[in-house]
Design a protein around this ligand. Sequence first.
Ligand code: ITT
Length: 199
Amino acid sequence: MALTLEPGAKLVVATHNPGKARELAEILENRFQLITAGDLDLSEPEETETSFVGNALLKARAAADASGLPALADDSGLSVSALEGAPGIYSARWAGPERDFYAAMRKVEERLEEADGDDRSAWFTCALALAWPHGAAVVVEGRVDGTLAFPPRGERGFGYDPIFVPEGGDLTFGEMEPAAKDAMSHRALAFAKLKAALW
Ligand code: ITT
């Protein structure tokens, strides 16, 4: 089977995170007919893998098999150097069942204070997996490096965006225009690789 996706094809965006779904739709630029996990009432699989790539594949496969359509999944997170890469694949879980990212950002700040060093470097990773029903899958990863800034700044984006300043800039992802974040984010970099592989 050829691993291609024709323009206009139906594509399930297998995420239950509205911030991610919005960014993926912006990055995909109307190329496909997007169907959300919510439209199809797809259940959220348990993320049992130990890497971004593993969890992205698991989510894409589950959605493709359940819907009978190609499905795109994103597994992503913030890694902090001084915390040995935490929260990493546990980024969503650090926000608890309430998905309180201000609490999660405070937790990062407290852990950094406990670690007692000056290193504020961090990076975002995004693994994107595209799977065909009961078939093949492609997975790619993008990363953007930066520095953490406290207190959180900006109301845009989602998740940990208000504390992340990408390398070479002064604004947090939470303060940047959506198009500016989309031009340089871990999600955009992963997407450029997917595009290069598929169309
Ligand atoms: P789905 O699994 O349904 O896609 P989720 O939010 O549970 O949604 P993840 O397990 O991949 O997704 O968790 C990734 C978390 O990492 C996400 O909830 C954000 O808090 C954080 N994150 C990922 N990309 C981010 C970004 O661009 N800006 C800020 N935070 C981000």
